[in-house]
Design a protein. Structure first.
Length: 538
């Protein structure tokens, strides 16, 4: 046990797990063992086994905050957000000033589509510990789910990012003609939505003009991690390494442009950027709003997501790429689109596979208008939290409060395996987007599987991504600007199922040949943007 504990303290989790497994074989069963064994299992991505070990620890010591906090993490990984909420409340019943429990409670609530409650819990966490940047990041993440005021959203970001260390800007050593050294910083060099928009870029970077460095802020690896290692010139795992040490490596690597791909999302390293290890720092792709950070120089967007006037809502200078601002690389073994289900069902099924954090009241209001306007229609909602029957019941109640028969709502939880996940689109005739935080990966996946998406357009970047994506594939008319038009479009689309079936049969070909998937064109535009930010001047 001592050897296993020492390996765990050194963050050598695979070796620690092996050592704990040997201890388990000896028959040891006490609180400390189950706590540490469960923790090692979590770090090694064996979440179900980790949860079971932590539950054993809690049977021996029901009020252990350490075990409860780790159990919350296990529940999050397993998509059991109602259970995560219960574990947080258990902690708070005994320690009402526990800021981490308040922060996790906020995420658990938001993950069930209860963002206003989540915001309250996260604000409580910040009030208890204003210096905890994780709580602040969580607050800003959740705020995007319901924000409609650009000035207010920008001010919230500025207010929570004011205390990073101030470091003087660096001189730019790059000279015209030398290879530009690009450093990408992300916790998502793995099978993750961000990775599907990076893959085409890495396949098409001009290696004569650019030298590519990856700084990975997450030790979890899979087949996509191998892809990024192969497609980059240099790949460094910076997980658990102090910011100052990583900054020194970046400076030694001579990075010209350091690109943040996370914003305030999980595993971000904004604190690293605050040390300004590169002369030019850019945020892109992984976050739908300004970072609010004075040390971030540029943000890459497009003219649809951030039209004229949007600059006022960003601390960074906006650089507008050709529409769309990202490029989708479809899953390489995606199944073929299924036949239109309405042809055999006799009714239209609307659907959404968006993260449940985006299921705002505005979203449900829109969806209910669509269901009201389309006789006999049903709604299929898939998200991790709906593996929990209680979360499904809560969602159906929200529909019932809006006059929709709960029997028209089908819920599905987490589906493991990308092919099975994509095959689930075979149950959907028309996808309905979320608002004010539109889908991105889910919209691209739906279109690739032959499912058109109706999107509502708002004022902020997060509420205009649908417009950008749909415009890129020639379906800009499916992006509406008012709730009445959203419902009318859903109804009109549903009336001619044969036309809908025809669109389904050809949509993948349309998407494949559209700017959304034109990897070479997009990467050239991105590289030109990188050249632009290196040039002096406004």
């Amino acid at each position: 046990m001592a050897e296993a504990d020492a390996l765990a303290r050194a963050n050598r989790w695979p070796e620690a797990l092996e050592a704990y497994t040997e201890v388990a074989a000896s028959g040891r069963s006490d609180f400390s063992f189950h706590l540490h064994y469960g923790t090692a299992l979590l770090y090694c991505e064996r979440h179900l086994e980790g949860r079971d070990q932590l539950l054993q620890a809690l049977r021996l010591r029901p009020d252990s905050v350490d075990a409860l906090n780790n159990l919350v993490c296990a529940h999050f990984r397993l998509g059991a957000h109602v259970a995560a909420e219960e574990a947080c409340r258990h902690i708070l019943n005994h320690q009402p000033l526990h800021d981490l429990a308040w922060s996790n409670l906020g995420l658990a609530l938001a993950s069930q589509g209860r963002s206003p409650e989540g915001i309250e819990a996260l604000q409580r966490a910040i009030d208890l510990n204003p210096s905890n940047r994780v709580s602040r990041d969580n607050f800003l993440q959740v705020l995007n789910n319901i924000a409609t005021d650009g000035a207010g959203l920008a001010e919230a970001h500025r207010a929570l990012c004011h205390d990073y260390p101030g470091v003087p800007e660096k001189a730019l050593p790059w000279t015209e003609g030398r290879r530009i050294r690009i450093g990408y910083v992300s916790g998502d060099f793995r099978q993750h939505s961000v990775a599907y928009f990076l893959a085409g870029i890495f396949n098409n970077h001009d290696r004569d003009a650019f030298e590519i460095f990856c700084y990975s802020a997450n030790s979890r690896v899979d087949w996509m991690t191998s892809f990024f290692k192969e497609q980059s010139d240099h790949f460094h795992d910076i997980t658990g390494i102090a910011d100052a040490d990583v900054a020194h490596r970046i400076e030694s690597d001579g990075i010209d442009i350091l690109v943040d791909l996370s914003g305030h999302m999980l595993d971000n390293r904004l604190s690293l950027f605050s040390l300004r290890p590169a002369p030019v720092q850019v945020t892109y792709l992984g976050y739908p709003a300004t970072t609010g950070c004075p040390f971030m120089d540029f943000r890459l967007v497009d003219s649809f997501t951030d039209p004229e006037g949007a600059d006022a809502f960003a601390t960074e200078r906006l650089v507008r790429l050709p529409v769309p601002f990202l490029c989708y690389a479809p899953f390489p073994n995606a199944p073929e689109p299924a036949a239109l289900p309405a042809l055999s069902n006799g009714y239209v099924t609307f659907g959404s596979f968006n993260n449940a954090t985006k299921l705002s009241d505005d979203t449900l209001d829109l969806w209910c208008r669509a269901l009201d306007s389309t006789a006999g229609s049903r709604m299929f909602v898939k998200a991790a939290c709906f593996s929990d029957a209680l979360a499904c019941e809560q969602l159906r109640k929200r529909f019932a409060l809006r006059g929709i028969d709960p029997g028209r709502i089908e819920c599905s939880g987490m589906i493991t395996g990308m092919r099975d996940h994509l095959n689930a689109y075979g149950k959907v005739d028309i996808a309905l987007d979320t608002f004010p935080y539109n889908g991105t990966t889910t919209t691209c996946e739906a279109l690739w599987m032959g499912v058109p998406v109706i999107s509502q357009v708002g004022n902020l970047h997060a509420a205009r991504v649908g417009l950008s994506l749909l415009t890129a594939v020639g379906l800009g008319g499916l992006a509406t600007t008012c709730a009445e038009d959203f419902a009318a479009l859903a109804s009109a689309f549903s009336e001619d199922v044969h036309q809908l079936a025809n669109l389904r049969s050809r949509l993948r070909t349309v998407v494949a040949h559209s700017p959304l998937c034109d990897q070479r064109r997009f990467t050239q535009a991105l590289e030109e943007a990188f050249r632009h930010v290196l040039r002096p001047g406004p």
